[in-house]
Design a protein around this ligand. Structure first.
Ligand SMILES: [Zn+2]
Length: 281
């Protein structure tokens, strides 16, 4: 075999060149495990063409998808870092550094101000890539800031959630963001401006237990997991078997927790119709 591997194969390689297959050419659906051609997936708005699973998207994708051209990103408000000097297998400050290098964001929430089909709006989106989209003081502060921009400038306030919940590395300070964000939402509601929540996969923990469930209108993407805690913990606590799929967008729609389940391709249109009824009756 030596002459084949040592002589013939290199000779063929020099003649035809090495076939380069870029790493990002294919993606695998996390739900049905089909291999998907990346370009097709982008065209399909990161929705699996086989099973309809709505994949996580980059946070900037949301602002580009929902807001008209020419929107402004709101600068992130600096906060005191690592307030309880937390360390588990890694220092919290190191986790922050890694997340910032990976996402080019200072924390897990991106806020932007612009228009949705000409209706003024302020949009916040959680980045699940940034420590699981968890809510610490940075996210809380940016959310409060975006809410006050919406209230001061008469804009609809829209949040796209994708979060594992409160950021445990900030202990009690992360839990304090729950009442803080609730209070910020109330300032928007007092001005009679709409607060709309779009829940994407997954919306869980302290985020689902605070800002995500207080919308005037709740929209969810198909198949999104929406819950406070996982089924195993609940089953062990209440000692009862839970119904199948009870933490999905569709189940919550049929039980009145959610108003609409909307596919990603129809999201801007649905939002635009709602906002036009409110702002241009
Ligand atoms: Zn799939």
């Amino acid at each position: 075999m030596n002459w084949l591997t040592n002589f013939v194969r290199p000779k063929i390689r020099t003649l035809v060149g090495r076939l380069e297959v870029p790493d990002n050419m294919w993606d695998k659906c996390k739900s049905c495990e089909q291999m998907l051609f990346h370009k097709e997936l982008v065209k399909n708005l990161y929705v699996c063409p086989h099973c309809g699973f709505h994949m996580s998207v980059d946070v900037k994708y949301w602002t580009n998808l929902l807001l008209d051209e020419g929107y402004k990103i709101l600068p992130s408000v600096p906060v005191k870092e690592d307030p309880i000097k937390f360390r588990d297998s890694k220092k919290y400050t190191d986790r922050l550094k890694e997340a910032r290098a990976k996402t080019s964001m200072s924390d897990a929430l991106l806020s932007a101000s612009g228009k949705i089909d000409n209706v003024p709006a302020c949009v916040c989106a959680f980045n699940f890539q940034f420590i699981g989209g968890s809510m610490g003081s940075g996210v809380g502060t940016d959310f409060v800031n975006a809410a006050s921009v919406a209230a001061d400038e008469n804009r609809a306030f829209i949040v796209i959630t994708s979060s594992g919940g409160a950021r445990m590395q900030e202990g009690i300070i992360s839990l304090m963001q729950m009442p803080r964000t609730v209070s910020a939402i109330n300032t928007v509601k007092k001005r009679k401006l709409p607060y709309i929540v779009i829940m994407t996969n997954p919306t869980t923990g302290g985020v689902s237990a605070s800002l995500a469930m207080l919308g005037d209108i709740h929209i969810a993407e198909p198949g999104a997991t929406i819950c406070f805690t996982g089924p195993r913990v609940i089953e062990e606590t209440i000692k009862q078997k839970l119904p199948d799929g009870f933490q999905t967008a569709e189940y919550l729609l049929s039980h009145g927790m959610i108003d609409m389940v909307v596919e990603r391709k129809h999201l801007k249109n649905a939002l635009s119709k709602i906002l036009n009824v409110i702002f241009c009756p």
